[in-house]
Design a protein around this ligand. Structure first.
Ligand code: GDP
Ligand code: GDP
Length: 305
C-alpha cells in the first residue's frame, strides 16, 4: 500500500545518503532536494500546501546536518525524517478507536456513533465493518436509518444489517432523520443495546439544507463520536467537503476508505494536515474484516523505514 508515497521517501533518502558526506549539504543541493521531494509528494496526491510544509521541514532538518563517516547513515537519516514528520503532525492525536468506544461504554450506554459523508464514500460499508468488529467482541448494536432522503438508502443499510443480524430502526422516506436517530437511541436504552450507529444522508456537493439536517441530528442524538468517512480516491473533493461539513457539524475523526485501491497514498497526509483530526481506521477492501486501525507513528514508519 501507498507505494507511490513510499517511493517518494525512498528516493529522498537515497539522494541524501548519496550526497551527504562528513561535510554539510550545500544550499544548491538542498534546493534540489526540496524541489524533487515537493514534486514527488504532489505526484503522490499530497496537496500543494502540505507538500510544501513537508519538504521545507525536511530541508531545514538537513541544513547543517552532519552524519558520522562510519556507521549507518541511512538509519540516522530515516529516523531523523520520521522525527520531523512526527513534529510536523504533532497536533493530531492518535486514537485507538476500539479502546475508546469500549472505554466510553463503561461510562454510558448506549454509546452513540454518528457517521457522516457523501454517498458512495463507503459510509454504510464502514458502519457494517465497525459493527462486525464490535459484535466479534461480544457487544450489541442497533442502526438508525437516518438517510431518509436518497431512494434505496434504507434498503442498502438493511442489506448489511441482515447479514450481520442487526436491527435497523427506520421511518419512511421523507421523514425527519433526527427523529429516527432519537428512536434508535430509545430502542437501545430500552433493550440494553451497547452501540447506536447512525447512518446519514450525504451529497456530492455542498448543500445548506443537508448541513441543517445533519446539525439537527447531531443536536438531538448527542453522539459520543461523529465520524467523517473520506474516500481516498477522491482526496481533494473529500477534503473540501469535510471542511464544508465542519463549519456546520462537529467532526471528531475520520475513516479513510478504499485505501486498497489507492497506491498514491498522499490523501492520507493531506487529510491529517488540513483537517487536524485523528484517522481512526483505513478501509482496505469490501469485506467486513477489511478495516485497519490507523496510527500516525506506524504510518510514518511504514512510509520511511
Ligand atoms: P455509502 O453510499 O457512503 O454508504 O457507500 P457504500 O458503503 O455503499 O460504499 C460504496 C462502494 O464502495 C461499495 O461498493 C463498497 O463496497 C465500496 N467500499 C467501501 N469501502 C471500501 C474500501 O475500503 N475498499 C474498497 N475497495 N471498496 C470499498
Ligand atoms: P463469516 O460468516 O464472517 O465467515 O463471513 P462470510 O463467509 O459470509 O464472508 C466472508 C468475508 O466477507 C468476511 O470478511 C465477511 O465479513 C465479508 N462479507 C460477507 N458478506 C459481506 C457483504 O455483503 N458485504 C461486504 N462488504 N462484506 C461481506
Amino acid at each position: 500500500m501507498f507505494d507511490k508515497l513510499k517511493n517518494a521517501f525512498k528516493s529522498l533518502t537515497n539522494t541524501i545518503v548519496n550526497s551527504i558526506t562528513t561535510t554539510e549539504l550545500s544550499e544548491d543541493k538542498l534546493n534540489e532536494i526540496r524541489d524533487e521531494l515537493f514534486m514527488q509528494l504532489v505526484e503522490s496526491d499530497v496537496a500543494v500546501d502540505v507538500a510544501d510544509a513537508i519538504s521545507n521541514a525536511i530541508v531545514n532538518y538537513l541544513r547543517g546536518l552532519k552524519v558520522p563517516r562510519f556507521g549507518d547513515k541511512e538509519s540516522v537519516i530515516k529516523n531523523g525524517i520520521i522525527d520531523i514528520m512526527s513534529k510536523l503532525f504533532s497536533d493530531i492525536p492518535d486514537v485507538d478507536f476500539m479502546s475508546e468506544v469500549i472505554r466510553l461504554l463503561q461510562m454510558k450506554k448506549p454509546v452513540v456513533l454518528l457517521f457522516l459523508g457523501p454517498n458512495g464514500y463507503g459510509k454504510t460499508t464502514t458502519i457494517a465493518k465497525i459493527t462486525h468488529q464490535l459484535m466479534k467482541r461480544g457487544y450489541t448494536a442497533v442502526w438508525a436509518a437516518a438517510d431518509t432522503y436518497r431512494a434505496g438508502a434504507i434498503e442498502q443499510l438493511e442489506g448489511h444489517a441482515t447479514k450481520l443480524g442487526v436491527r435497523v430502526i427506520k421511518h419512511g422516506y421523507g421523514s425527519d432523520p433526527a427523529a429516527v436517530a432519537y428512536d434508535a437511541i430509545n430502542h437501545a436504552k430500552v433493550r440494553g443495546i451497547d452501540y447506536v450507529m447512525i447512518d446519514t444522508a450525504g451529497r456530492m456537493h455542498t448543500d445548506i439544507n443537508l448541513m441543517n439536517e445533519l446539525s439537527k441530528i447531531q443536536r438531538v442524538s448527542r453522539p459520543d463520536l461523529s465520524i467523517f468517512i473520506a474516500d481516498a480516491l477522491l482526496g481533494n473533493e473529500a477534503l473540501d467537503i469535510a471542511k464544508y461539513y465542519s463549519k456546520y457539524v462537529k467532526i471528531d475523526g475520520l475513516i479513510v476508505t478504499k485505501v486498497d485501491a489507492y497506491p498514491k497514498g498522499g490523501a492520507i497526509l493531506t487529510f491529517l494536515y488540513e483537517l487536524k483530526k485523528p484517522i481512526y481506521f483505513l478501509g482496505v477492501g469490501q469485506g467486513y474484516d477489511d478495516l485497519r486501525p490507523f496510527s500516525k507513528a506506524e504510518f510514518f514508519r511504514q512510509l520511511i523505514l
